[in-house]
Design a protein around this ligand. Structure first.
Ligand code: ADP
Length: 261
């Protein structure tokens, strides 16, 4: 809990008094999160109605469109889809962080999750002409499989987005007695050293054009971090500019669960 106290000297009825202003940053941050979440929630209904209307127009159910008309509808649809992704990510982050979405921990095979994540991202890799490779270690973990899958697909999606055609994105895991270490490695543009921690914060992107050019929201990594930390794990990145990045996820392996062979 971070509390800032500022003290001011004031004169009250001729008597000098000190007025202490307690500024509870944690409370302010909580109210800010709640406000963002409320606004995002309220935005969802009108946004869905707009996307429905654009779909009706775009599929020419309301009449034939000129080529320019069709292009305009496509641009509007793309932007609405970005907005919906942003709002969904904001809500997701707030709900996971506040515990409104509880983790559903079960014993699961981490290697199967790695394979499932690669399969889910194969189409995106194909269209970006990026090779995907997976080397999973068979091990059982106590985790929420949907949320771990969400973390892995988020990291893979970034790795693919920031890779050039012909490059390879690798998903690996290795087992230590206390934890499972998952690595997502790309040979893309890399991340500057001063941004390595910052990108795990809300709305932080290396380049201001990333959200427009790559369709991102700047919320993927904060969501990954929240999920991993709720699993008592750790997430970080190592990177060299122009050579690529490796994102690491460490998840504790419960004693007695052992390998899933
Ligand atoms: P976004 O939706 O923008 O991808 P993220 O929180 O997932 O949001 O990532 C934040 C920013 O971190 C990205 O916009 C990008 O600038 C940088 N980034 C993330 N992953 C990579 C990567 N593999 N290579 C280069 N930059 C990356």
């Amino acid at each position: 809990r971070v509390v800032l106290v500022s003290t001011e000297l004031i004169e009250l009825a001729g008597v000098q008094c000190t007025l202490s202003i307690i500024n509870d940053i944690t409370e302010r941050k909580r109210m800010e999160d709640e406000f963002i979440s409320l606004v995002s929630h309220e935005l969802r209904t009108p946004m869905n109605s707009i996307i429905g209307a654009l779909d009706l127009l775009g599929t020419q159910k309301l009449g034939t469109l000129t080529e320019l008309g069709q292009q305009t509808i496509n641009i509007a649809t793309n932007n609405m889809e970005r907005l919906i992704r942003l709002v969904n990510d904001i809500l997701d982050l707030e709900r996971i962080k506040s515990g409104k979405i509880a983790m559903r921990y079960v014993e699961c095979q981490a290697d199967k999750l790695l394979i499932e994540a690669t399969q889910a991202m194969q189409a995106m890799a194909d269209s970006a002409q990026v090779n995907l490779s997976v080397e999973p270690t068979p091990v059982q973990i106590h985790a929420d499989p949907d949320r771990i899958l969400q973390t892995l697909t988020n990291l893979l999606s970034n790795a693919i987005k920031f890779s050039e055609p012909g490059e390879t994105v690798s998903l690996r895991s290795s087992l230590n007695c206390e934890y499972l270490q998952i690595e997502v490695q790309d040979r893309g543009r890399g991340i500057p050293q001063d941004k390595l921690q910052l990108i795990f914060e809300r709305f932080q992107q290396v380049d201001a054009s990333d959200s427009r050019a790559k369709g991102g929201t700047g919320l993927g990594l904060p969501i990954c971090r929240t999920i991993v930390e709720q699993h008592n794990g750790r997430i970080w990145v190592e990177s060299s500019l122009g050579e690529g990045s490796t994102f690491y996820v460490r998840l504790p392996v419960d004693e007695g669960l052992g390998t899933g062979d």
